[in-house]
Ligand binder design. Sequence first.
Ligand code: NAD
Length: 502
Amino acid sequence: MSDLPYPTRQNYWNGRPQPSSSTAFQTIDPSTAKPLADVHTASHADIDAAIASAASAFPSWSTTPPTQRARILLAAVALLRARNDELARVETHDTGKPFSETSTVDVVTGTDVLEYFAHLVAGGGLNGETTQLRPDAWVYTRKEALGVCVGIGAWNYPLQIALWKAAPCLAAGNCMVYKPSEVTPLHGMLLAQVFSEAGLPDGVFNIVNGGGEVGAYLTAHPSVAKVSFTGQVATGQKVAASAAGGMKYVTMELGGKSPLLVLEDCEVENAVDGAMMANFFSTGQVCTNGTRVFVPEGMKERFEKKLLEKMEYIRAGDVMDHNTNFGPLVGKVHYEKVMGYIKHGVEADKAKLLYGGPEKPVFPDGTAEALKQGFWVRPTIFTDCTDDMRIVREEIFGPVMTILTYKTVEEAIERANDTSLGLAAGIFTRDLNLAHTVVAQLQAGITWINSWGESPAEMSVGGWKQSGVGVENGRRGIEAWVRNKSTLVDMSGSVASVFSKL
Ligand code: NAD
């Protein structure tokens, strides 16, 4: 028995936790760097067993009527909502994100998507089409489940990412083997237990824990029909290449370096709020972050003044305190990466530091000692940036805003699009005609007008260019989990054949 705060996390298949004889690793609380739990790494034999468990559940689950599947998923929705705070606490400990955030966003937005897809399939969302060809012939289509699907998650929204993949996957009649990020694995077994408690048949949702090696074994597995991946572009390239070897379906939700365009006529305070949400929410560890903030030359002073006023509302501290709205970075490796970029911005890019920088943040009295070993950085703003700087070009995935000025809207659009990434983009303006014209020219899959970051279940989201393949959520989200079968029916009694005319 370990004396860590959380019980050991095992792998999960056949509807129950499965002890493993293989090695274990630890997950830590990023706010203090203290270990939270031991986690069993899945061996190849464990992964094979989890996939076999999913494969044996598939024939029955895929032929269960959608309304019955929906009933079970909605029972899971009720359990998740009832346990919101308990699950949010786990997410806060594992990720370092403040409880004020995880209790209002993470569990909520994951659960909403499960509810959405349950209703979608119960309401006919898996229906095919009928096309009348001739009076005595027609074509009909069916949307059929794919089989055993793999989900691989990033560490920034652990439970939410797991649910965004599991919800459409299971609703469409597939079975899933899910691998949480090894950085934030605590939620995995809890989610599997919720599904089992809700009545999900054994084997429909399974968890295997571990790092890249476990992920690589999953993506290459011959019994897997699809891989849905969330993570970095470089990892996504490996995953897509591996999946292509088996001609598997893929969904790729990858990184970004998104532009936020502030227009001359905008409501400045609203734009500043948007820029802050787009850079400092979740300590900047959000894939859609609007890290390149384009501001008209003439507005720069006003914009920065308001921004600096509002920066005083960012509060680091005890992550369970309701007043804390800014947590640490997720761990040591990521801390060193983000800190490396902040130092590079100052020393090599020679950008002007408007706020923050490489020093540790200031904590409220009484919390400083406990948080001393945690992976804290200060929210940081660089201004007078140029397009060629590394801090402007590369995804930092931390609380680092770069401000760039522009002269004309056309120039801003061109510079906004000058990146190999295309996840998100947004614009702040009162001129709605102009807003739609600009949005139409922005090369990104997720765009906002006078808003930033909201991603409701109804909204299909996915990146363009190197930022991804396919979408999650919304009506289009279900299509990534089914394959089409077209059937031509001829009632004429005479097969149209070139041979009959010989
Ligand atoms: P990562 O690529 O390091 O890891 C993601 C997952 O891939 C982990 O579970 C990891 O174990 C696994 N993995 C590593 N090597 C693998 C391999 N060879 N084969 C299979 N799996 C492998 O990403 P991360 O650091 O956990 O997450 C941060 C990144 O995720 C950022 O770039 C962020 O923008 C992106 N992200 C994108 C979205 C989106 O919806 N577009 C959402 C959240 C995060």
